[in-house]
Ligand binder design. Sequence first.
Ligand code: ADP
Ligand code: MG
Length: 727
Amino acid sequence: MRFRALHTIEQNAEPSTNGTDKRKISELYNSQVFSLKAMKKYMSGETYNDLLSAIHEGTSIDPQVADAVATAMKTWAMERDTTHYTHWFQPLTGLTAEKHDSFFDLKDGEAIEAFTGNALIQQEPDASSFPSGGIRNTFEARGYTAWDPSSPAFLMKTRAGVTLCIPTIFVSYTGEALDYKAPLLRALHNLDKAAVDVCRYFDPEVKKVIATLGVEQEYFLVDSAMVFARPDLMLTGRTLFGHAPAKGQQLEDHYFGSIPERVNAFMVELEREAIQLGIPLKTRHNEVAPGQFECAPLFEEVNIAVDHNALLMDILDKISRRNHFICLLHEKPFEGVNGSGKHNNWSLSTDTGVNLLSPGSTSIRNLQFLTFLLNVTKAVHDHAPLLRASIAGSGNDHRLGANEAPPAIISMFMGSELTRVLDQLEQEKEHFIEDAGNGEASFKMDIPKIPNIRRDNTDRNRTSPFAFTGNKFEFRAVGSSANVASPMTVLNAIVAHQLKCFKVEVDQLIEGGEAKEMAILQILKKYNAESKSVRFEGNNYSEEWVAEAEKRGLANVKTTPEALDAYLSDKTKEVFIGNRILTEREIKARHEITLDIYTKRTQIESRLTGELALTHIVPAAIRYQNVLIKNQLGLRKIGLEDEAEAVLNTIKKISTNVSLIKENVKKMVNERKKANELEDPREKALAYCHIVKPFMDNIRYHADKLEIMVEDKLWPLPKYRELLFLR
Ligand code: ADP
Ligand code: MG
């Protein structure tokens, strides 16, 4: 398989010409999206306005309007060769889901194309095999998808045809969320309300605050022929075996290097597809590791950006295959090589056009900036374990803290300018107050504007999991394969919760007779002191930070089963239940599902480790050993005793590794059996994490030793150098 794959690669190496369509990006943008522009063209003014208020204000849509929207959508879609439609949703598997229905219907024996308001608004996919964490018994298997008009419908094209995809949320018959989107929408709604209330201290005109998100997506590309010869990459997305290559990333010659032509052809095709789907991809470059790349879009409203990232992951897969690549989204496909993340750039902006995390030019603007900055800081400080839980998963466990990604300790980086301001705020309130001349104190605040040139200065530290980067925060601990709705639900929920608390505290002081600015300043000073321990400006990858963080009492939870405990804490319940984002049952279900996914992924990896070790690696080692045995006997025959002895040593080394592999596989299988008998999902995940997984590491260690002993010709699995360095 390995040599056949190497041969196939030569044929794959020719760059594809799929992306050579010469139309301008401005012409392509949104051409496969039922955008506002398309809606306006295909709907009556009245329907359009009703729909617009549903999108912007969340008003409900009555059946006639839904019918009119459905008809417009159908006309638009059919003019673009669409035959089917599907509700498109994001169940807790982490992947997107679709169930296609045809527009085809029969009326009086005649075939017609139909699409009704009912079909647009609600569907009942047979949902019994999506994870529900016990919310839905299989006999009550009904779940339904409900149209989310705030995310536009789009056309998914394949060679075989075109499907109209309608973004939806997925809920159980009893109304519990079974997906990523429903709680996200609730969190964003909360955030809007809470942030508007706080904004009004500064500007009574503000009516809406939206959270914005730009997601940088890292990924690896590996030739598909190579992947087909690596069952571990095929089934788990990462290599379970493989010795480090002589050349890794030590020369640092890949980052921002010139993009290989074949990869470039893939990227061009990817971008054109993305642009047509309304995903505003803007940036592409090589990443640090060989074979690793990144793309980033312009930022959008969180809800849309989340859908667009989920869709991007889909088309990364589709388009890479068309170009004879497999796109690996796993957080750590190769040991000893940098893993992949997904930086979540996040900010807040008002309908009056103000970025609330951008310092302003007046005192009052800066007080507003500081208000939002410190509320975010306090939220991250208070709910760091929940943020950690929101990015937990078996893949990210391999990446966090592995020397190229932030550790599992959640801390925040502010940059030197802001650190100075926050330190001043801590020490002397007076600094922010001056004599107004009439005997009364007045408020002054000069935060040096952090202009564009200084912005770079704030972003020097790329090791921080949660960094302020001039006009936004960048949450860098998110894994490359994650559905970002999970961290975004948590981040927006904790900030919303925090802003509500802030408002209560400030209002109390104002009622007690304090001037507004002074009241705000006083509470901010308190938050600043309370959340100081979460701020860290140094190198997050260093050993010293791990020790320092421990002294500060910051959590450092390295593995998923423990990290997920944060979902069940009282603090989390206060945020989720108190703000109607998730119910107790929904929280429990999510906790269970995430544990279960962790267990199953680890179980699959463990099974495959055993299988590949016994059916690929050990036989190759034995074959080579037989060659050596013959050689050794021959040497003795002609009297070369010393030389024969040396060969015998190698034979023994191979034997030792082979026996240890066999022994450990046997033990691992036993431990797996024991783990599988555990009823409690947390206990089971813990057993897989701390008992089964170490066997995998051990088996790999011996297998990788064999890889550098056994004759290359006999080695069955493509080697790291072949996976990583072929262009
Ligand atoms: P870097 O690699 O230095 O982190 P990139 O340019 O690759 O920077 O990515 C920056 C990301 O931040 C982009 O996706 C961009 O759209 C996003 N971004 C910029 N401003 C905002 C904002 N106000 N809110 C959310 N995201 C933003
Ligand atoms: Mg970044």
